[in-house]
Design a protein around this ligand. Structure first.
Ligand SMILES: Nc1nc2c(ncn2[C@@H]2O[C@H](COP(=O)(O)OP(=O)(O)OP(=O)(O)O)[C@@H](O)[C@H]2O)c(=O)[nH]1
Ligand SMILES: [Mg+2]
Length: 436
């Protein structure tokens, strides 16, 4: 299918299609395509007037036979008549800009095309039909009601809201946060939305990676032993890091390539690949060893990650006498743990969670689904902050709550594209294929 969209689409199409004087809107017609006066192909062509097409603009769609020669000629004839090639996702982007779809729906087009299972297909279809957008609109208006209540009180500071009303507002926020959380969970079922952040545990052999992974999981998942080179393959497990779903990946230790033969070399290759696709890499360093022993592996992992934002040094085995102090390690502050004794594990989980939620802000370009999920997570957290502020009932509680509620509603607006920047839009639509 060749699709022309924009002002003049019909007159461009007439340059190579025998459309007749009065094509019927939105009715397919069997017409000849002609190339320099000669018949090129028998096609089905449909004219959509402005306002009654996918993009909202005047559109002509031509179904031709699938010969590469015919299709190439049709494209060339359209270009000669004044058309240009569409950018990836440009039709959907125009539909969005012309108000035919909101952003969540436009993205659903992408997901629908990518869906492989019945569940993914259903989730994308419901989003395309505006299911998510409607729920977001509902949440947004309830947030605004609560904000209005609080802000009305701010405008008339002499009439403090009675504590009962603050409590009622806090209770409404509590319920709202729960619903947002449920919606957030539901978004995980989309094909691309299923992508959880990946946390890779890496370091030298025997650094204590596997025991740390087990401690973070709270389960005996990976084999632990005093033999260096125990872990060969990468091991993935889904973990709940204080409410944030993440995939933890245990890896083979890095260093001395070749010492353990081809199996170990392959293990290390897999480790490097895992690090390169990680959202965060925990560099496990045995604290009982001297600082020099950490340099090479730190350097290598840094290089693989490309930036400090994506690494977290962890000094393991802090139950043993120290050979290295946290201040010996450059970059993000190292955290100390003893997986054996269960020390520092909660703090590490909290730090990981925080790092991941910072980096996955709804305003940076993310894949479809994850973008919605991250925006909803921010919205929920802001609603929770607001609720806590109100529940504590401090002097500035209303100001603080009002501030968090504004941020919560901004996060919702990012889902439907009400307040989405040009850059994010470009990023989102560039993931579509040409012609969609
Ligand atoms: N004292 C102490 N020993 C630990 C700690 N963590 C791990 N170990 C020990 O260190 C050895 C290696 O632990 P692993 O978790 O298998 O280390 P690894 O980094 O996965 O090792 P490879 O898979 O061989 O690269 C084991 O004997 C563990 O019992 C810790 O916190 N304290
Ligand atoms: Mg291991």
């Amino acid at each position: 299918v060749l699709r022309l969209s924009g002002k003049g689409a019909l007159s461009i199409a007439r340059a190579f299609l025998r459309l007749g004087d009065a094509p019927v809107p939105r009715r397919a017609a069997l017409v000849w395509a002609v190339d320099a006066g000669e018949r090129l192909d028998r096609t089905l062509a449909t004219w959509f007037p402005a306002g009654r097409s996918y993009t909202g603009e005047e559109t002509v769609e031509v179904s031709a036979h699938g010969s590469p020669y015919i299709l190439e000629r049709l494209l060339e004839l359209a270009r000669e008549a004044g058309a240009r090639d569409a950018l990836p996702g440009e039709f959907s982007q125009r539909a969005f800009l012309n108000g035919r779809l909101d952003l969540a729906q436009a993205e659903a087009v992408c997901e629908l095309i990518a869906s492989e299972t019945k569940l993914e297909h259903r989730a994308a279809l419901s989003r395309l039909e505006g299911g998510l957008s409607r729920r977001v609109a509902g949440l947004r208006s309830r947030l605004l009601e609560i904000s209005a209540l609080i802000e009305a009180n701010l405008d008339h500071p002499d009439e403090d809201l009675p504590p009962l009303e603050l409590e009622a507002a806090a209770a409404r926020l509590e319920a709202l946060a729960g619903e947002i959380g449920a919606l957030e969970g539901g978004q995980r079922r989309g094909r691309l939305g299923g992508a959880h952040p990946r946390v890779v545990v890496a370091g030298r052999p025997n650094a204590g990676k596997s025991l740390l992974l087990n401690a973070l999981l709270g389960a005996d998942r990976a084999i632990v032993s005093e033999v260096a080179g125990t872990t060969r393959d990468t091991i993935e497990e889904s973990a709940d890091l204080r409410g944030l779903r993440a995939v933890l990946v245990d890896t083979a230790g890095l260093g001395d390539p070749g010492a353990g033969g081809p199996l170990e070399a392959e293990g290390q290759r897999r480790t490097r690949t895992a690090i390169q696709s990680a959202d965060l890499t925990l560099i496990v360093l045995d604290r009982s060893l001297p600082p020099e022993s950490h340099r090479a592996v730190m350097g290598e992992i840094r290089e693989l990650c490309g930036e400090d934002a994506a690494i977290q040094p962890v000094l393991s085995k802090c139950d043993l006498p120290p050979g290295t102090r946290a201040s010996d390690i450059d970059g993000p502050a190292a955290l100390e743990t003893s997986a054996l004794r269960g020390l520092g594990i909660e703090a590490l989980a909290g730090a990981v969670r925080q790092r991941l939620s910072q980096e996955r802000s709804p305003f940076s370009g993310l894949e479809v689904g994850a973008r919605h999920r991250a925006a909803l997570a921010v919205c929920r957290e802001e609603a929770e902050f607001a609720r806590d502020a109100l529940a504590q009932g401090d002097e500035d509680a209303e100001i603080l709550a009002g501030h968090h509620l504004r941020r919560a509603s901004d996060a919702l607006d990012a889902v439907t594209g009400r307040t989405t920047s040009e850059d994010v839009l470009r990023e989102i639509f560039s993931r579509f294929c040409v012609g969609k």
